[in-house]
Design a protein around this ligand. Structure first.
Ligand code: FE2
Ligand code: FE2
Length: 296
Protein backbone atom coordinates (compact mmCIF):
# COMPACT_ATOMS: atom_id res chain seq x y z
CA UNK A 1 0.00 0.00 0.00
CA UNK A 2 1.26 3.43 -0.89
CA UNK A 3 2.52 5.57 1.95
CA UNK A 4 0.45 8.65 2.62
CA UNK A 5 1.22 11.57 4.80
CA UNK A 6 -0.80 14.67 5.42
CA UNK A 7 0.37 17.14 7.99
CA UNK A 8 -2.42 18.68 10.02
CA UNK A 9 -3.32 22.29 9.38
CA UNK A 10 -1.36 24.95 11.23
CA UNK A 11 -3.92 27.52 12.25
CA UNK A 12 -3.45 31.06 13.41
CA UNK A 13 -4.32 31.49 17.10
CA UNK A 14 -7.78 33.01 17.45
CA UNK A 15 -8.61 32.53 13.78
CA UNK A 16 -11.20 30.11 12.44
CA UNK A 17 -11.22 28.38 9.09
CA UNK A 18 -14.28 28.78 6.88
CA UNK A 19 -17.16 26.89 8.47
CA UNK A 20 -18.83 25.97 5.22
CA UNK A 21 -21.31 28.85 5.34
CA UNK A 22 -18.95 31.60 4.25
CA UNK A 23 -15.83 29.74 3.16
CA UNK A 24 -12.85 31.80 2.11
CA UNK A 25 -10.91 31.01 -1.04
CA UNK A 26 -8.45 28.14 -0.93
CA UNK A 27 -5.12 28.21 -2.77
CA UNK A 28 -3.36 24.99 -3.65
CA UNK A 29 0.28 25.87 -4.29
CA UNK A 30 2.44 23.05 -5.64
CA UNK A 31 6.25 23.00 -5.51
CA UNK A 32 8.67 22.67 -8.39
CA UNK A 33 7.39 20.17 -10.97
CA UNK A 34 10.39 18.08 -11.99
CA UNK A 35 10.30 16.63 -15.51
CA UNK A 36 7.38 15.00 -17.26
CA UNK A 37 6.99 12.71 -14.25
CA UNK A 38 6.35 15.81 -12.13
CA UNK A 39 3.77 17.10 -14.62
CA UNK A 40 2.01 13.73 -14.76
CA UNK A 41 2.05 13.43 -10.97
CA UNK A 42 0.40 16.84 -10.64
CA UNK A 43 -2.27 16.09 -13.25
CA UNK A 44 -3.05 12.70 -11.70
CA UNK A 45 -3.19 14.04 -8.14
CA UNK A 46 -5.29 17.10 -9.00
CA UNK A 47 -8.69 15.35 -9.31
CA UNK A 48 -8.14 13.76 -5.89
CA UNK A 49 -7.04 17.06 -4.36
CA UNK A 50 -9.96 18.92 -5.95
CA UNK A 51 -12.36 16.44 -4.38
CA UNK A 52 -10.60 16.60 -1.03
CA UNK A 53 -9.91 20.33 -0.72
CA UNK A 54 -11.95 22.08 -3.45
CA UNK A 55 -9.21 24.65 -4.16
CA UNK A 56 -10.36 27.92 -5.70
CA UNK A 57 -6.91 28.44 -7.26
CA UNK A 58 -4.13 26.10 -8.29
CA UNK A 59 -0.68 27.70 -8.66
CA UNK A 60 2.43 25.66 -9.45
CA UNK A 61 6.14 26.31 -9.75
CA UNK A 62 7.13 24.98 -13.18
CA UNK A 63 10.84 25.87 -13.44
CA UNK A 64 11.98 22.23 -13.79
CA UNK A 65 9.16 20.77 -15.83
CA UNK A 66 11.01 20.53 -19.19
CA UNK A 67 13.33 17.58 -18.67
CA UNK A 68 14.37 18.88 -15.25
CA UNK A 69 15.44 22.38 -16.39
CA UNK A 70 13.20 25.18 -17.59
CA UNK A 71 9.79 25.13 -19.20
CA UNK A 72 8.49 25.08 -22.78
CA UNK A 73 5.30 26.69 -24.13
CA UNK A 74 3.95 23.18 -24.76
CA UNK A 75 4.49 22.14 -21.13
CA UNK A 76 2.99 25.40 -19.85
CA UNK A 77 -0.08 24.98 -22.08
CA UNK A 78 -0.52 21.42 -20.81
CA UNK A 79 -0.53 22.72 -17.22
CA UNK A 80 -3.06 25.47 -17.99
CA UNK A 81 -5.24 22.92 -19.85
CA UNK A 82 -5.06 20.70 -16.77
CA UNK A 83 -6.59 23.41 -14.58
CA UNK A 84 -3.56 25.35 -13.34
CA UNK A 85 -4.39 29.03 -12.82
CA UNK A 86 -0.85 30.46 -12.70
CA UNK A 87 2.74 29.23 -13.10
CA UNK A 88 5.74 30.61 -11.22
CA UNK A 89 9.38 29.99 -12.16
CA UNK A 90 12.84 30.65 -10.74
CA UNK A 91 16.53 30.43 -11.58
CA UNK A 92 15.83 28.02 -14.50
CA UNK A 93 13.26 30.34 -16.13
CA UNK A 94 15.42 30.99 -19.20
CA UNK A 95 16.90 27.54 -19.76
CA UNK A 96 14.71 26.93 -22.83
CA UNK A 97 14.89 29.68 -25.44
CA UNK A 98 11.51 28.85 -26.96
CA UNK A 99 9.82 30.07 -23.77
CA UNK A 100 11.05 33.68 -24.11
CA UNK A 101 8.23 35.05 -26.35
CA UNK A 102 5.68 33.05 -24.35
CA UNK A 103 6.86 34.69 -21.13
CA UNK A 104 6.03 38.06 -22.68
CA UNK A 105 2.69 37.06 -24.21
CA UNK A 106 1.10 34.83 -21.56
CA UNK A 107 0.05 36.84 -18.48
CA UNK A 108 -0.37 33.81 -16.19
CA UNK A 109 3.27 32.61 -16.31
CA UNK A 110 5.73 34.50 -14.11
CA UNK A 111 9.48 34.80 -13.86
CA UNK A 112 10.90 36.45 -10.74
CA UNK A 113 9.84 40.10 -10.51
CA UNK A 114 13.34 41.10 -9.37
CA UNK A 115 15.05 39.90 -12.54
CA UNK A 116 16.22 42.74 -14.78
CA UNK A 117 13.55 44.67 -16.63
CA UNK A 118 15.28 43.91 -19.94
CA UNK A 119 14.89 40.16 -19.39
CA UNK A 120 11.84 38.45 -20.96
CA UNK A 121 8.61 38.12 -19.02
CA UNK A 122 7.03 39.70 -15.97
CA UNK A 123 6.78 38.91 -12.27
CA UNK A 124 3.15 39.54 -11.26
CA UNK A 125 -0.29 38.54 -12.46
CA UNK A 126 -3.89 38.55 -11.31
CA UNK A 127 -6.19 35.57 -11.79
CA UNK A 128 -9.89 35.53 -10.97
CA UNK A 129 -12.21 32.68 -10.06
CA UNK A 130 -15.58 32.52 -8.28
CA UNK A 131 -15.49 36.30 -7.94
CA UNK A 132 -12.18 36.23 -6.03
CA UNK A 133 -9.14 38.04 -7.45
CA UNK A 134 -5.77 36.55 -6.57
CA UNK A 135 -2.55 38.44 -7.18
CA UNK A 136 0.51 36.24 -7.65
CA UNK A 137 4.10 37.45 -7.28
CA UNK A 138 7.26 35.49 -8.10
CA UNK A 139 10.56 36.55 -6.52
CA UNK A 140 14.10 35.18 -6.55
CA UNK A 141 16.42 35.18 -3.58
CA UNK A 142 19.71 37.07 -3.98
CA UNK A 143 22.01 34.73 -2.04
CA UNK A 144 23.63 32.04 -4.26
CA UNK A 145 21.21 32.86 -7.10
CA UNK A 146 21.48 35.26 -9.98
CA UNK A 147 18.82 37.96 -9.76
CA UNK A 148 19.59 41.45 -11.03
CA UNK A 149 17.73 43.33 -8.32
CA UNK A 150 16.91 42.91 -4.64
CA UNK A 151 13.85 40.84 -3.78
CA UNK A 152 13.33 43.04 -0.74
CA UNK A 153 12.98 46.28 -2.67
CA UNK A 154 11.31 44.93 -5.80
CA UNK A 155 8.52 43.33 -3.78
CA UNK A 156 7.32 46.84 -2.97
CA UNK A 157 7.07 47.67 -6.67
CA UNK A 158 5.31 44.34 -7.32
CA UNK A 159 2.74 44.99 -4.58
CA UNK A 160 2.28 48.50 -5.93
CA UNK A 161 1.57 47.00 -9.39
CA UNK A 162 -1.14 44.81 -7.92
CA UNK A 163 -2.70 47.82 -6.19
CA UNK A 164 -5.83 47.53 -4.07
CA UNK A 165 -7.84 45.59 -6.61
CA UNK A 166 -6.91 42.08 -5.46
CA UNK A 167 -8.59 40.15 -2.63
CA UNK A 168 -5.58 37.95 -1.87
CA UNK A 169 -1.89 37.83 -2.71
CA UNK A 170 0.38 34.80 -2.98
CA UNK A 171 4.16 35.34 -3.10
CA UNK A 172 6.48 32.53 -4.32
CA UNK A 173 9.95 33.33 -2.95
CA UNK A 174 12.27 31.09 -4.98
CA UNK A 175 15.44 31.08 -2.90
CA UNK A 176 18.32 28.99 -1.70
CA UNK A 177 18.85 30.67 1.67
CA UNK A 178 16.31 30.02 4.41
CA UNK A 179 17.22 33.35 6.02
CA UNK A 180 15.97 35.33 3.01
CA UNK A 181 12.69 33.43 2.97
CA UNK A 182 12.06 33.81 6.72
CA UNK A 183 12.92 37.53 6.53
CA UNK A 184 10.53 38.08 3.61
CA UNK A 185 7.76 36.26 5.49
CA UNK A 186 8.15 38.59 8.48
CA UNK A 187 8.49 41.65 6.26
CA UNK A 188 5.22 40.91 4.46
CA UNK A 189 3.27 39.63 7.48
CA UNK A 190 -0.10 41.36 7.48
CA UNK A 191 0.32 42.64 3.90
CA UNK A 192 -0.13 39.48 1.81
CA UNK A 193 -2.11 36.25 2.18
CA UNK A 194 0.85 33.91 1.84
CA UNK A 195 4.61 33.75 1.36
CA UNK A 196 5.69 30.31 0.18
CA UNK A 197 9.26 29.23 -0.52
CA UNK A 198 10.47 27.09 -3.42
CA UNK A 199 13.79 26.01 -5.03
CA UNK A 200 15.39 23.61 -2.55
CA UNK A 201 12.97 20.81 -3.54
CA UNK A 202 12.79 19.73 0.13
CA UNK A 203 9.69 20.52 2.20
CA UNK A 204 10.27 22.23 5.52
CA UNK A 205 8.28 21.71 8.74
CA UNK A 206 7.67 25.35 9.63
CA UNK A 207 4.34 26.07 7.92
CA UNK A 208 2.22 28.41 10.03
CA UNK A 209 0.15 31.56 9.94
CA UNK A 210 2.24 34.45 11.25
CA UNK A 211 0.69 36.80 13.85
CA UNK A 212 -0.32 39.40 11.24
CA UNK A 213 -2.26 36.81 9.21
CA UNK A 214 0.23 35.77 6.51
CA UNK A 215 0.54 32.04 5.83
CA UNK A 216 4.22 31.12 5.60
CA UNK A 217 6.43 28.13 4.80
CA UNK A 218 10.15 28.18 4.02
CA UNK A 219 9.91 25.53 1.28
CA UNK A 220 6.99 23.52 -0.03
CA UNK A 221 9.22 20.87 -1.66
CA UNK A 222 9.05 19.51 -5.21
CA UNK A 223 6.62 17.48 -7.24
CA UNK A 224 8.78 14.75 -8.64
CA UNK A 225 10.87 11.72 -7.79
CA UNK A 226 11.66 11.16 -4.14
CA UNK A 227 13.92 8.30 -5.27
CA UNK A 228 16.48 10.72 -6.71
CA UNK A 229 18.58 13.57 -5.35
CA UNK A 230 16.38 16.69 -5.60
CA UNK A 231 15.15 15.32 -8.94
CA UNK A 232 18.33 13.80 -10.42
CA UNK A 233 18.94 10.02 -10.70
CA UNK A 234 20.63 9.23 -7.42
CA UNK A 235 23.49 7.13 -8.83
CA UNK A 236 24.49 10.04 -11.09
CA UNK A 237 24.33 12.57 -8.25
CA UNK A 238 26.39 10.29 -6.01
CA UNK A 239 28.95 9.65 -8.78
CA UNK A 240 29.35 13.38 -9.29
CA UNK A 241 29.91 13.95 -5.57
CA UNK A 242 32.30 11.01 -5.19
CA UNK A 243 34.44 11.58 -8.32
CA UNK A 244 34.11 15.40 -8.52
CA UNK A 245 34.06 14.92 -12.30
CA UNK A 246 31.40 16.08 -14.78
CA UNK A 247 28.48 13.67 -14.90
CA UNK A 248 25.49 13.91 -17.22
CA UNK A 249 22.38 14.27 -15.07
CA UNK A 250 19.05 12.72 -15.96
CA UNK A 251 15.72 13.12 -14.18
CA UNK A 252 14.83 10.26 -11.88
CA UNK A 253 11.40 8.71 -12.27
CA UNK A 254 11.47 6.79 -9.01
CA UNK A 255 8.79 7.23 -6.36
CA UNK A 256 7.10 10.44 -7.55
CA UNK A 257 5.24 12.54 -4.99
CA UNK A 258 3.31 15.76 -5.09
CA UNK A 259 4.44 18.31 -2.52
CA UNK A 260 2.62 21.54 -1.86
CA UNK A 261 0.49 23.49 0.56
CA UNK A 262 -3.17 24.34 0.87
CA UNK A 263 -3.77 27.88 2.08
CA UNK A 264 -7.17 28.74 3.51
CA UNK A 265 -7.79 32.43 2.94
CA UNK A 266 -9.81 34.52 5.35
CA UNK A 267 -13.41 35.03 4.24
CA UNK A 268 -13.58 38.34 6.08
CA UNK A 269 -10.12 39.94 6.03
CA UNK A 270 -8.54 40.64 2.64
CA UNK A 271 -4.96 39.46 2.08
CA UNK A 272 -5.09 37.29 5.16
CA UNK A 273 -5.01 33.53 5.78
CA UNK A 274 -6.57 31.37 8.46
CA UNK A 275 -4.57 28.17 7.92
CA UNK A 276 -1.79 26.54 5.93
CA UNK A 277 -1.61 22.78 5.54
CA UNK A 278 1.10 20.75 3.86
CA UNK A 279 -0.06 18.48 1.07
CA UNK A 280 2.30 15.56 0.55
CA UNK A 281 1.02 12.66 -1.50
CA UNK A 282 2.40 9.91 -3.75
CA UNK A 283 1.44 9.67 -7.39
CA UNK A 284 -1.71 7.55 -7.46
CA UNK A 285 -1.08 3.90 -8.30
CA UNK A 286 -2.44 2.87 -11.70
CA UNK A 287 -5.79 1.07 -11.53
CA UNK A 288 -5.25 -2.70 -11.49
CA UNK A 289 -5.93 -4.37 -14.81
CA UNK A 290 -8.94 -6.64 -14.75
CA UNK A 291 -8.03 -10.32 -14.79
CA UNK A 292 -8.25 -12.04 -18.20
CA UNK A 293 -11.31 -14.24 -18.58
CA UNK A 294 -10.73 -17.79 -17.46
CA UNK A 295 -10.30 -20.28 -20.29
CA UNK A 296 -12.00 -23.07 -18.54
FE1 FE2 B 1 15.35 26.75 -8.59
FE1 FE2 C 1 13.51 23.86 -8.80
Amino acid sequence: MAERQEVSAQRAPGREAGDGQAPGARILFVGDLVGSVGRRTLLECLPILRERHDPTFVVVNGENVAGGLGITPKAARALFAGGVDAITLGNHAYHRREIYPYLDSEPRILRPANFLRIQPGHGTCVVERDGVRLGVVNLSGNLYLRAGRSAFTEIEAALGELGDEVDHILVDMHAEATSEKVALGWMLDGRVTAVVGTHTHIPTADGRVLPGGTAYITDVGMTGPRGGVIGVKREQAIESLVTQMPVRFETSEEDPWLMGVLIRCSATTPRSAVAIEQVLMPRPAPAPRSAPPSSG
